[in-house]
Design a protein around this ligand. Structure first.
Ligand code: M6R
Length: 609
């Protein structure tokens, strides 16, 4: 997830571009850059770090001109360095990109054979070279972009300028957002509305597979295969803060709703459905390691720890490898025994959590093989591990982790299938079925998210509770633990996430008519047992809210209220059951009026032990 912005018109554009990038920094902030046509050539300035570093660089090297593009980066391929920062230049072409090019390895090899020399490690530079190659073949810019994108698989929003046709910007979109803004004799483009909202309220979001030419005198919209599109811009009535949150009240709600897209980004280029397998190059573990290890040892904190509870389940059930998971702070507090036959997997959204980093270092010192699963590229934990699986969820602004949790779950599935296939513990057919179900998840997640209003209504009575109990068994236990954490951290209501079978060993004493019990009970082999636990809670007057599978005919007689989620492969039900709990917590907190995005006493990145 990066931010892109572009301007063509009569004004000097560098300040407009920087101003737009400032409002897009929430999409990425590890480097930034501008490319501006100065009347003779396209000049580029880039800087590592936050936008203020680019502003400093522009003071030393001002860019003058009225055609330009800008970018703020959230690294996916290649470290956050100046050469990897956008815009990328190939001959007369300068380009900014948001997204992930799936077939970048193959394209880079082909271009390399044609003599192209690459200066960066990014997937984006490949697209710049493809477009340049097409312009060298005599095509005008829009045709060149159209032809070049024909070779590309993956997600992109691009804005491209050409030194030889310096009156236009060509933009195109597939699976990454892009909006065009209409001014008086000027045109804008950006990843998101807030970037250009101060300049125009008249906007047109591009749809999948569309390409547009923007110039001071006009706008031309077609599909990637050249068919004209006639769609009118609309007036945006949001204020700037609403716009940054995509019209949602809080970042957390926006991020909850971004999850289908985030999962698609995690899976992009990593699933080979025909082979019923996971692509080795993007997983951070090699086949030899997968075969050799005798145990997988997960370490993490908070929400990431809950993802590892699911990881442990999958390692045992799919990969058939003994697996354990440990809170990072406890791992370093003991004298853990790990060694060369262990794969220690450190999981962290931020990649900076000090406990997890310290635990990883202990594991490394003891000779374990290590892998990081992280969201922030090149952060401390992946750097210390030396090998990483990046979840590509994009920046998460809300302190409560939502899309980063479900993308971690997706990473767990891919890792378990990869290791299971290497060890022969899951065959091609079963692995293929899991992967097929995995790629279908975003569709089902959208169905769950459409229950937003129903869940909001169910949240209102919960907002007056003092305490609550979340129950799950098997694959739903991590979901219960995560559901409870979500509720407590943003609503300040006490919540326990418990393995349902443990309820009778203590927590049952808490249950009375004032105690909401949230039971995660999808149709799976644990269903009958958790149904009995729920009856036990009801017998103590507990108010039960169930998360169950659509079509379950008997839950209505057990629970007071039920949220029904789509039926998916039973192994993957956490993707369905997590979402209602995130929404429930969000609305409870919102009814209570707490600071949802920045709850008290918490920080997004915890760099103290
Ligand atoms: O960045 P990390 O995944 O390492 O962070 C771990 C926890 O601090 C984090 O998950 C925390 O529990 C969140 N606030 C949960 O929403």
């Amino acid at each position: 997830m990066c931010g892109i912005v572009g301007y063509v018109g009569p004004q000097s554009c560098a300040d407009i571009l920087v101003d737009g990038l400032r409002r897009l920094e929430y999409r990425g902030y590890d480097s930034a850059g501008l490319a501006v046509y100065d009347g003779k050539k396209v000049d580029v300035v880039r800087a590592v770090g936050k936008l203020q570093n680019l502003v400093k660089a522009l003071k030393e090297h001002p860019l003058e001109g009225s055609l330009g593009i800008g970018h703020t980066r959230w690294a996916t391929h290649g470290r956050p360095t100046e050469v990897n920062a956008h815009p990328h230049v190939a001959g007369n072409i300068a380009l900014v990109h948001n997204g992930i090019i799936e077939n970048h390895i193959e394209l880079k090899r082909q271009l390399g054979e044609e003599g192209v020399k690459f200066v960066s490690d990014t997937d984006t530079e490949i697209v710049a070279h493809l477009i340049h190659r097409e312009t060298q073949g005599g095509h005008d810019l829009v045709t060149a972009v159209r032809r070049a994108l024909g070779f590309v698989h993956g997600a992109y929003a691009v804005a491209v300028i050409d030194q030889k046709q310096p009156d236009r910007i060509v933009v195109a979109k597939n699976a990454s957002p892009l909006v065009v803004g209409f001014g008086e004799g000027e045109m804008f483009c950006a990843s998101d509305i807030p970037a250009i909202l101060p300049y125009t309220k008249l906007m047109l979001p591009l749809e999948e597979g569309e390409i547009a030419v923007l110039s001071a005198t006009g706008f031309e919209l077609t599909t990637l295969d050249g068919k004209p599109v006639d769609r009118k811009p609309r007036v945006i009535t949001w204020n700037a803060s609403q716009a940054e949150k995509g019209g949602y009240k809080h970042f957390m709600l926006k991020e909850i709703h971004e999850q289908p897209r985030a999962i698609e980004d995690t899976l992009r280029g990593r699933v080979d459905l025909a082979a019923g397998d996971v692509v080795e190059s993007e997983i951070g573990v090699d086949a030899a390691t997968a075969q050799l290890i005798s145990r997988v040892y997960f370490i993490a904190c908070g929400t990431s720890h809950h993802a590892t509870l699911y990881g442990r389940f999958l390692m045992e059930s799919i990969a058939r490898v003994p697996a354990t998971t440990e809170l990072a702070s406890e791992f370093i507090g003991r004298e853990p025994v790990v060694g060369p036959n262990d794969l220690v997997v450190a999981v962290s959204q931020s990649g900076e959590t000090l406990d997890t980093l310290a635990a990883l270092k202990v594991a490394k010192e003891q000779g374990a093989r290590v892998l990081a699963i992280a969201n922030v590229i090149d952060s401390a934990i992946p750097r210390a591990a030396g090998s990483a699986f990046y979840t590509h969820a994009g920046p998460e602004i809300g302190v409560a982790s939502t899309k980063c949790f479900t993308t971690q779950l997706a990473a767990m599935v891919l890792l378990a299938v990869f290791i299971g296939r290497r060890r022969g513990s899951v065959d091609k057919d079963r692995a293929g079925a899991i992967l097929q179900a995995l790629v279908e998840l975003p569709h089902h997640m959208r169905t769950v998210l459409a229950l937003d209003d129903i869940i909001r209504d169910l949240a209102r009575p919960l907002s007056t509770a003092k305490s609550s109990l979340f129950l799950g068994r098997g694959v739903s236990y991590p979901v219960a633990a995560e559901g409870a954490l979500k509720l407590k951290e943003i609503s300040y209501i006490h919540a326990e996430g418990y393995a349902a079978g443990e309820m009778k060993h203590g927590p049952i004493a808490l249950i009375d008519a004032e105690m909401p019990v949230i039971a995660i009970m999808p149709d799976d082999k644990s269903y009958d047992k958790i149904a009995s636990n729920v009856q036990e809670a009801k017998a103590r007057e507990g108010r039960v809210l169930a998360i169950a599978t659509k079509g379950n005919a008997d839950i209505g007689g057990i629970a007071h209220n039920t949220i029904y989620v789509p039926r998916v492969d039973a192994t993957l039900s956490p993707f369905m059951t997590t979402l209602p709990l995130q929404l429930l917590s969000y609305y409870v907190a919102d009814f209570k009026g707490t600071d949802v995005d920045q709850p008290r006493n918490l920080a997004k990145t915890v760099t103290v032990e």
